[in-house]
Design a protein around this ligand. Structure first.
Ligand SMILES: O=P(O)(O)OC[C@@H](O)[C@@H](O)c1c[nH]c2ccccc12
Length: 262
C-alpha cells in the first residue's frame, strides 16, 4: 500500500500550524513509498492495557511553551523512567522546538525493554517508515494535523507494524478518531494552537469515548504535575502521558514513582 495524501499545513492554525509547515518542508523531497509490510507486535498497546493506570514517560528536553526544560541524556532518562515504573517511553524527535532528534529515539530503543513511541508531527508517510526502521513500537498521529487523512495514516502505521496513538483535543476530532478505527486514543489537555492547558478536557472526552462504545485504550495527555491531578483520571484513563514535570524534576526515577503514588 502506498500513496497517502499529504496534509495541507495551511489548514492548521497557530503554533501547531507553524511547526507543521516546517515539518512538511523537511520531508518535501522524501519518498512517499513506505515499503513492505512488517509484522505487528502491538507491544505499546499491550503495555497500556493492564488494570492499573500506566505511565508513558516522555523524554522532552524543550518545548514551545517552556523553552529549555532539561539537557537530558535520552538513554539515561529512559532507564531512569523504567526504574520509576513507567510502562512505555515517549521520545520527541522534532528538532526545532522540542530539541529532539532521530538519535535520541535510537538510543532509547537500545537502552530499555519498554516499548517506545516516536513523538513527532507526522505529515508525511516517510516519517512512519523512519519510526519503524528506528525501532519504535508506536507513532503519534494527530487528528488536528491529519484531519480526514487520519484513517489512511493509521492503516499505513499498522501496515508497518506500528501501533498508533491517535491524538484528539475536542469532540469533533474524537469523532474522526473513532471513525478511523483507532485502537489507542490520546486526549491532549493542551490546545496546541494556543498552548493553553485545561485538565478537564481529558476526563470529559474519555467519558464521551466510552459512551460512544470505544473499547480500546484511552490516554490522558499533558499538564500533569501532581498525584492529585493524576487521581482525577484514575479509573477513567488506561494511561497517562507525562513529559515536562518529570523531565524537569532532577530525579526522574523518583518523580515517576511519586507521580504514580496514590
Ligand atoms: O509536558 P507535558 O505537559 O507533560 O505533556 C507531555 C505530552 O503530552 C506533550 O509533550 C504532547 C502531547 N501531544 C503532543 C504533540 C506534539 C508534541 C508534544 C505533545
Amino acid at each position: 500500500m502506498n500513496g497517502l495524501p499529504l496534509p495541507d499545513p495551511s489548514r492548521v492554525p497557530g503554533v501547531l500550524g507553524r511547526i507543521v509547515q516546517e515539518r512538511a518542508g523537511d520531508y518535501r523531497e522524501a519518498s512517499p513509498d513506505f515499503g513492505p509490510a512488517r509484522p505487528a507486535a502491538c507491544l505499546f498497546e499491550a503495555a497500556l492495557g493492564g488494570p492499573d493506570l500506566a505511565l508513558i514517560a516522555e523524554v522532552k528536553r524543550a518545548s514551545p511553551s517552556q523553552g529549555a526544560i532539561a539537557p537530558l541524556d535520552p538513554a539515561a532518562a529512559a532507564r531512569a523512567y523504567q526504574s520509576g515504573g513507567a510502562a512505555a517511553i515517549s521520545v520527541l524527535t522534532e528538532p526545532r522546538h522540542f530539541d529532539g532528534n532521530p538519535q535520541a529515539l535510537h538510543s532509547v530503543v537500545g537502552a530499555v525493554e519498554l516499548p517506545v513511541l516516536r513523538k513527532d508531527f507526522v505529515v508525511h508517510p516517510a516519517m512512519l517508515s523512519e519510526a519503524a526502521e528506528w525501532g519504535a513500537s508506536a507513532t503519534l498521529l494527530m487528528v488536528s494535523v491529519l484531519k480526514e487523512a487520519t484513517g489512511a495514516y493509521l492503516q499505513a502505521a499498522h501496515h508497518l507494524g506500528l501501533d498508533a496513538l491517535v491524538e484528539v483535543h475536542d469532540e469533533t476530532e474524537l469523532d474522526v478518531a473513532l471513525e478511523s478505527g483507532a485502537r489507542i486514543i490520546g486526549v491532549n489537555n493542551r490546545d496546541l494552537t494556543t498552548l493553553d492547558i485545561n485538565l478537564a478536557v481529558s476526563p470529559r472526552l474519555i467519558r464521551l469515548a466510552r459512551q460512544r462504545g470505544f473499547t480500546g485504550v484511552l490516554v490522558a495527555e499533558s499538564g500533569y504535575r501532581s498525584p492529585d491531578q493524576i487521581a482525577q483520571i484514575r479509573g477513567l484513563a488506561d494511561a497517562v502521558l507525562v513529559g515536562s514535570s518529570l523531565a524537569g524534576s532532577g530525579d526522574l526515577t523518583r518523580a515517576a514513582r511519586e507521580l504514580l503514588a496514590v
